[in-house]
Design a protein around this ligand. Structure first.
Ligand SMILES: *[C@@H]1O[C@H](CO)[C@@H](O)[C@H](O)[C@H]1NC(C)=O
Ligand SMILES: *[C@@H]1O[C@H](CO)[C@@H](O)[C@H](O)[C@H]1NC(C)=O
Ligand SMILES: *[C@@H]1O[C@H](CO)[C@@H](O)[C@H](O)[C@H]1NC(C)=O
Ligand SMILES: *[C@@H]1O[C@H](CO)[C@@H](O)[C@H](O)[C@H]1NC(C)=O
Ligand SMILES: *[C@@H]1O[C@H](CO)[C@@H](O)[C@H](O)[C@H]1NC(C)=O
Ligand SMILES: *[C@@H]1O[C@H](CO)[C@@H](O)[C@H](O)[C@H]1NC(C)=O
Length: 564
């Protein structure tokens, strides 16, 4: 079996040079193994009937998707002859079509869900029990929250709570907090934040709403600070980036703890000059160093150009900020191409996928051109000139109102794109896209089977804070503990180029035991604190020699709640 020999020799080489992540490149010197080296695209559905503007993966392997009620008739009827009658709808007063669906990953099927009020440009987060809380929207939906609890029957649906929010939340950003509450920050003309559940005891005129002056300071003529980039840090503070500025924010005291330097270049990075951002993986083995990576966006005059139908080239720069340092500075890097309206997703390997968007223009109606169809993989731990790789291109433009989420099997679900005020399927350069694709990153290529782990541990086990946790897995060719890691990833609520609540924690590796010739038992420690990993469902991956297993769901919660 010469091919296996080649693989083994290659792996030994990888080992000795302690280079794990570019194994994809080294592996691929014999052409048959190169298939999938730059990732592969698969069309899952040419039409879902709606456009996947917002997406959230739930822990029963179903993905909620929705767009807005004011687009007119979608291409998917509501079941049982149901219709939505809404005198306030700006497009249709009686609408018998769906604007939300539940997609089942395992069967690649979907069904229509019913939203009663407008969910356009809203935000969301999943509670520790797995229930999605979606907040706000537009028009009659801007003060509404909607919940969706994962279920096994075919009938469960959104439940709406009108007038729940104290302020209108349109283009806000949410983050799940260590105590299981959700913070909802900003939104158009909202320079404040509030919480879910709502504070009951507060008797002020705007109960439970806290002014946040940083949002006043960072708004400009075109705003450029909507959907602020928000991340919960291990210190318990929030990192908040808006326009060109960023702060460490103590939401409990309503106090800016520190301000970081402005990102170089002076160009805005938030909606409508939408770039994207991630909190790079926190590693419990390395003291949880905190780094932010931010890529893409549009020049400061981009939106005014776009409104005159001349599209400026998007930004190609990324900034990386080591928040663990006392006085960090942005370290700038260049992507292989310009990009605006890009999504950024953490892959199980700890690499960052930069996907969707355009090379010209900004977010907003009719504002983008030159779709950026080739995703980029950014490898944070590589030497600085080896970090970016350009992947195989999709056939489909994914412009304004497109989205992407990571799936437990390691693929990335990609959908949406509608730069028009209505559903426009013909007569426009970039028709409303109802399709659903999956992008398989290079680590899924068949050539890696010899080193790919398979998890044997069952679903939905509890991962207690600081608690030992055992993961059994098989792998045909085990190399060494040095190339083994166990990681958890929180599924994101993705919309408008930001994946809210996305985070990865590399768990502390305690011990690896070999059980049989190809079966292993690795002991890891649960996350140290709820600030490092807020309670809730995460996908757990075993990564070996840079190749991830399929993920399995675990529930992170405190020891006191176990055994219930
Ligand atoms: C590019 O994608 C095609 C079709 O999905 C696939 O067959 C091919 O192997 C990919 N190429 C590389 C280098 O990954
Ligand atoms: C809408 O649905 C019909 C079938 O119900 C299909 O023929 C048509 O192609 C769909 N349109 C789009 C834009 O997907
Ligand atoms: C329409 O809007 C008005 C005013 O905001 C509100 O009182 C009414 O309940 C809304 N109607 C529906 C069907 O949502
Ligand atoms: C980030 O800063 C911390 C604290 O100074 C340091 O230990 C770590 O090595 C830095 N990480 C990178 C990637 O520079
Ligand atoms: C999109 O569709 C709407 C409603 O069908 C139509 O009025 C509008 O002119 C179309 N927009 C474009 C840019 O063609
Ligand atoms: C966790 O596992 C490690 C390695 O197996 C062991 O040394 C340690 O005592 C365990 N801790 C607890 C609290 O069981």
């Amino acid at each position: 079996m010469p091919s296996i020999n080649v693989i083994i020799i290659t792996l030994v080489l990888i080992l000795f040079s302690s280079i794990i992540l570019p194994s994809a490149l080294i592996f691929c010197q014999t052409p048959p193994k190169c298939a999938g080296r730059q990732g592969q695209w698969e069309l899952l559905h040419s039409s879902l009937g709606i456009s996947a503007m917002h997406m959230q993966l739930l822990h029963n392997n179903k993905v909620i998707m929705f767009d807005r009620t004011d687009f007119g008739s979608s291409n998917l009827s509501l079941p049982n002859g149901r219709c939505r009658r809404d005198t306030n709808d700006t497009a249709l007063k009686v609408d018998c079509t769906a604007h939300s669906i539940l997609y089942d990953i395992d069967t690649n099927t979907f069904r229509a869900l019913m939203v009663h009020t407008d969910t356009w440009c809203s935000s969301g987060a999943v509670l520790p029990d797995g229930t999605l809380i979606q907040t706000g929207g537009y028009n009659d939906g801007d003060h509404v929250i909607r919940s969706f609890t994962p279920c096994t029957d075919e009938n469960c649906d959104w439940i709406e709570f009108p007038h729940y929010l104290t302020e209108r939340r349109w283009y806000a950003t949410n983050q799940i907090l260590p105590d299981g509450r959700i913070i909802i920050v900003g939104g158009r003309r909202q320079f404040n934040y509030e919480f879910y559940p709502r504070l009951q005891e507060d008797s002020s005129p705007s109960p439970g709403t806290f002014r946040f002056h940083f949002l006043v300071e960072t708004t400009d003529q075109y705003e450029n600070n909507l959907y602020p980039f928000l991340n919960l840090l291990p210190s318990g503070n929030l990192f908040i980036f808006a326009n060109t500025r960023s702060v460490l924010f103590d939401y409990k005291q309503n106090r800016v703890v520190k301000e970081f330097p402005q990102i170089p270049g002076g160009d805005p990075r938030n909606y409508p000059s939408s770039g994207s951002s991630v909190l790079l993986p926190l590693d419990e083995n390395e003291g949880n160093v905190v780094e932010i990576l931010l890529c893409g966006g549009a020049p400061r005059d981009g939106f005014s150009h776009a409104s005159r139908r001349s599209f400026a080239r998007a930004l190609s720069s990324c900034g990386r900020l080591n928040v663990s340092q006392e006085d960090p500075n942005w370290v700038m890097e260049d992507m292989p191409m310009a990009r605006v309206m890009n999504d950024m997703l953490l892959l199980p390997t700890g690499d960052v996928l930069i996907i969707n968007g355009a090379e010209l223009g900004t977010a907003g109606w009719e504002n983008g051109a030159d779709p950026a169809k080739a995703p980029i993989v950014y490898r944070p731990s590589e030497a600085s000139n080896w970090r970016f790789s350009v992947m195989n291109s999709s056939q489909r433009p994914r412009l304004y109102h497109s989205s992407a989420v990571l799936l437990p099997d390691g693929r990335v679900l990609v959908g949406g794109s509608n730069p028009h005020v209505y559903y426009n399927f013909t007569g426009v350069e970039f028709p409303t896209d109802l399709s659903l694709e999956a992008f398989s990153p290079p680590y899924l290529a068949a050539g890696y089977t010899p080193v790919r782990p398979t998890i044997l541990t069952s679903l939905n086990e509890v991962l207690g804070y600081g608690d030992n946790f055992s993961v059994k897995f098989t792998v045909p060719d085990y190399l060494t503990d040095k190339v083994l890691s166990v990681r958890i990833i929180a599924p994101s609520f993705t919309t408008h180029s930001f994946s809210m609540n996305q985070r990865m924690v590399v768990l502390k590796l305690m011990e690896v035991c070999r059980l049989t010739s190809d079966t292993y038992d690795v002991t890891v420690m649960g996350p140290s604190t709820a600030e490092i990993a807020p309670p809730g469902y995460y996908m757990l991956f075993v990564v070996h020699a840079g190749i991830p297993s399929s993920g399995t769901w675990v529930k992170v919660q405190s020891l006191a709640e176990e055994g219930v």
